[in-house]
Design a protein around this ligand. Structure first.
Ligand code: NDP
Ligand code: DGY
Length: 327
């Protein structure tokens, strides 16, 4: 292959070796990597993408018109190391004929597991219990101490019964969940597998003991969980979000949690990320916040890395992508 045929690729972060090896071995790319665990500063991103044929990016990189302009007309493919694509200006990308690769399915199990872990952690008040053991607050076994809420006989409502939503429902059902409600843009045949009942959002919110958010972030879902939403939840209900922080109005959530409008919340995603250490939500005992670790198993991140690399190479060579986003 001649030097001219080598295609310029900008990788916006250090990623697991699995993907880097695939890109290096291909011999197709002139790789430029922001070789850090921290996000690439915007100015470096704009500089790095100049003239690129491919961009391998993360969910923390906003790929908008400015970035696309900085990349210029060579750009053929954007491969994101994520299933969520709300950080990409899809309309503009589509207009320019640029293909997009993403990572559905391979992180579904890991994210569903984490969601169940977060739900149980929040409902059974594990962080409070661990803290009491460490700080000497554990004096004896007490009948009314550190009681929480159980799944057995409960109603669970899943907002967005997509790949991850369904995987969460599958895992929760064996805990003895009595009713599994879900909402979305249309009923899903696959909901039968979990005896899912398609209901309007209002019913889901007011009837569920556990409300689990697993939808994608879109203009319709942005700020969906607000004051009105929380005011319809039962006082004994638990709110769990592992989708995107912007689905929630965090001021309204703080109010709902601190006033006792709802029992507790577990969040794997926030706005912004990271959530500042002085954020009011972090002062609440009934709010468990994780640092966006839904897909964080070694295996999953390795497979995501491979898939992201293979999507990128397919985009560069005009071949079929393992996972192309249909726009
Ligand atoms: P899917 O596309 O399979 O599922 C998304 C679901 O969102 C669909 O069922 C869709 O419903 C639903 N949805 C869209 N609009 C609405 C709406 N207005 N109201 C209710 N539901 C709606 O994606 P995945 O399940 O693979 O991933 C879902 C999201 O999870 C990702 O977009 C990402 O943001 C997040 N995620 C977070 C992770 C983490 O680390 N915390 C890890 C992985 C993903 P319909 O089919 O009816 O349109
Ligand atoms: C995604 O893929 O969208 C997650 O948020 C991170 O794995």
């Amino acid at each position: 292959m001649s030097a001219q045929q080598i295609l310029k690729v900008f990788v916006t972060r250090r990623i697991p070796q699995e993907g880097m090896k695939i890109l290096q071995k291909s011999g197709l790319c002139n790789l430029s990597v922001w070789d850090s665990d921290e996000p690439v500063p915007r100015a470096e991103l704009l500089k790095g993408v100049a003239g690129a044929h491919g961009i391998l990016c993360l969910l923390s990189d906003k790929i908008d018109t400015e970035v696309l302009d900085a990349a210029g007309p060579n750009l053929k493919v954007i491969s994101t190391f994520s299933v969520g694509f709300d950080h990409l200006a899809i309309d503009e990308i589509k207009k320019r004929g640029i293909r997009v690769g993403y990572t559905p399915d391979v992180l579904t199990d890991a994210t569903a597991e984490l969601t169940v872990a977060l739900l149980l952690t929040t409902a059974r008040r594990l962080p409070e219990g661990v803290e009491e053991v460490k700080n000497g607050g554990w004096s004896t076994w007490k009948p009314l101490w550190l009681c929480g809420y159980g799944l057995s006989g409960s109603t669970v409502g899943v907002i967005g019964l997509g790949r991850i939503g369904l995987a969460i429902a599958r895992r929760l059902k064996p805990f003895g969940v009595k009713r599994l409600l879900y909402t979305g843009r249309q009923p899903k045949p696959q909901a039968q597998e979990v005896d899912g009942e398609y209901v309007p959002l209002d019913n889901l919110v007011s009837e569920s003991d556990f409300v689990v958010v697993s939808c994608s972030l879109t203009p319709d879902t942005q700020g969906l969980c607000d004051k009105t939403f929380f005011s319809k939840m039962k006082k004994t209900s638990i709110f769990i979000n592992t989708s995107r922080g912007a689905v929630v109005n965090q001021e309204d959530l703080f109010e709902a949690l601190s006033s006792g409008q709802i029992a507790a919340a577990g969040l794997d995603v926030t706005t912004p990320e990271p959530l500042p250490t002085g954020h009011p939500l972090l002062t609440l005992k009934n709010c468990v916040v994780l640092p966006h670790i839904g897909s964080a198993t070694y295996t999953t991140r390795g497979v995501m890395s491979e898939l992201t690399a293979n999507n990128l190479l397919a985009g560069l060579t005009d071949s079929e992508m393992p996972s192309e986003l249909k726009m």
